[in-house]
Design a protein around this ligand. Structure first.
Ligand SMILES: NC(=O)c1ccc[n+]([C@@H]2O[C@H](COP(=O)([O-])OP(=O)(O)OC[C@H]3O[C@@H](n4cnc5c(N)ncnc54)[C@H](OP(=O)(O)O)[C@@H]3O)[C@@H](O)[C@H]2O)c1
Length: 339
C-alpha cells in the first residue's frame, strides 16, 4: 500500500514554535471522492501567517486543529481526477498543505499556466506574494512618483516585490532588512535606492538620514522596533498598509513600557495618517489587474526574486521556524517532489 507523508500540528506553541509542535506521519494514500482531485505536491510555500494558524485564537482565518495537517499553498501535479476540469498530469495551484499528496476539492484548484511549467513562480512573484505586495502598495499605499516608500523584510517574499513595484511606478524605495548581506542584495540585485540594517545599533538614526523628505508610504511587514523607528518619520497624509507584524507573532506578553498608544493616536490625528490592515483575500476582485501587471513585469525581467529552497516534506518545520527568526534569504519554499 502506498503511503502519504504529512506533517500535522501536534501541540500549540507557547512563544516561538519548536520542532515538537509538529509530528511527521505516514498514512494511507487518500482517495478522491466525486468532484475531488488527488494532487502530488511538488512545491509548498512556507509563510509567516502559518504561525497565527497554530494559535487557538479568533482571527481572519480559523486555527489549524490539533492533529490536522498544517495549512499551506502548493503547486502540484494531478495524479487522479474525479472532476471534469482536471486530468492526470495537470499542474495545479491549491491549498494542499504540508503533505506529499492531498485530496483537493476541484473548485479550490487553479490550473497553472503552461508558460510557467511546474515552477514555484505561482507561489511567489506571480502568486500570493506578488498579489499581496501589489494590493497593499497600490490600493492602500498609493505612492505617487517621487514619494518615499519604506518596506521592511525587504529581501523576503513580499517586501522584495513591494520596493521593486514602487520603483516601477516612479517612487523612491527604501528597504529595511536583517544584516549587511541582505541589505547589499536589496540594493545591488533588487535595485532599491537604499537599505538599512534593523539590527544595527544606530538604525533609527540611519533610517532618518535615508529619508530626508520623510516617509509617504510605509508598507508594514514586521512591527515592533522597526515600527517605532518609522513612526516619527511619517509625513502628513502618509499611508500605512498593515500587511504583517511578524516580530509580534510569537509574543507571549506585551512589550515593556511605556505604552506608546497615546503617542500613536496623537500622530494619527495631527499628521492625518491612514493605517489600514488588509489580507490578500480582501483583494480577489483585483486578480485580473494584478495578473496583467505582474505577468508583464515578470516577462520583462523587471521583478527579481530570490528563493530559499528546502528539500523534502520533512524539512518544512525547520524552514518555518527559521523563517520566523529571519534565517531565510528570500521566499521560503519546500520542494516536496522533483518537477
Ligand atoms: N496580509 C496578507 O495577506 C499577507 C500575505 C503574505 C504575507 N504577509 C505578511 O508579510 C510579511 C512578510 O511575509 P513573507 O512571506 O514575505 O516573509 P519573508 O519576508 O520572506 O520572511 C520573514 C522575514 O521577516 C523578517 N523578520 C522576522 N522577525 C523579525 C523581527 N523581529 N524584526 C524585523 N524583521 C523580522 C525577517 O527578515 P530580516 O532578516 O530581513 O529582518 C524574515 O526573513 C509577514 O508579516 C507576513 O505575515 C501578509
Amino acid at each position: 500500500m502506498s503511503l502519504n507523508r504529512r506533517i500535522v500540528l501536534a501541540s500549540r506553541p507557547v512563544g516561538d514554535p519548536v520542532p515538537e509542535n509538529f509530528e511527521v506521519q505516514d498514512v494511507p494514500m487518500p482517495e478522491p471522492g466525486e468532484g475531488q482531485v488527488l494532487v502530488k505536491t511538488l512545491w509548498l510555500s512556507i509563510a509567516p501567517y502559518m504561525r497565527w494558524r497554530m494559535n487557538d485564537a479568533k482571527s481572519y482565518a480559523p486555527p489549524v486543529a490539533l492533529g490536522d495537517v498544517m495549512v499551506g499553498a502548493t503547486v502540484g501535479e494531478v495524479v487522479r481526477s474525479r472532476h471534469s476540469d482536471f486530468a492526470a498530469g495537470d499542474i495545479v495551484i491549491g491549498l494542499g498543505g504540508w503533505q506529499q499528496y492531498a485530496v483537493c476539492d476541484g473548485k479550490a484548484l487553479r490550473k497553472q499556466d503552461a508558460e510557467w511549467g511546474k515552477s514555484a513562480v505561482m507561489l511567489g512573484v506571480l502568486g500570493g506574494n506578488g498579489m499581496t505586495a501589489y494590493a497593499g502598495l497600490f490600493h492602500i499605499g498609493k505612492p505617487k512618483p517621487g514619494e518615499t516608500v519604506v518596506v521592511a523584510a525587504a529581501s523576503g517574499g513580499v517586501g522584495s516585490l513591494v520596493g521593486q513595484m514602487a520603483k516601477l511606478r516612479g517612487a523612491r524605495a527604501v528597504g529595511i532588512a536583517g544584516g549587511p548581506e541582505k541589505c547589499r542584495f536589496v540594493v545591488d540585485e533588487l535595485g532599491f535606492d537604499t537599505c538599512l540594517d534593523h539590527r544595527a545599533p544606530d538604525f533609527p538614526q540611519a533610517l532618518a538620514k535615508a529619508c530626508p523628505d520623510g516617509i509617504d508610504v510605509y508598507f508594514e511587514n514586521v512591527g515592533g522596533a522597526v515600527w517605532n523607528a518609522v513612526l516619527p518619520l511619517l509625513n502628513d497624509f502618509a499611508r500605512v498598509p498593515v500587511c504583517g507584524v511578524i516580530s509580534q507573532y510569537s509574543a507571549t506578553e506585551p512589550p515593556p513600557g511605556p505604552d506608546r498608544t497615546p503617542e500613536l493616536m496623537r500622530l494619527i490625528l495631527s499628521r492625518r495618517l491612514e493605517l489600514r490592515g488588509f489580507v490578500l483575500t480582501d483583494f480577489l476582485h483585483i486578480q485580473d489587474e494584478f495578473n496583467a501587471a505582474a505577468v508583464a513585469w515578470h516577462r520583462a525581467g523587471q521583478l527579481r526574486y530570490r528563493e530559499d529552497v528546502h528539500q523534502g516534506i520533512d524539512a518544512a518545520p525547520q524552514a518555518f521556524i527559521g523563517m520566523l527568526k529571519g534565517r531565510n534569504f528570500g521566499k521560503v519554499l519546500v520542494q516536496v517532489a522533483q518537477d
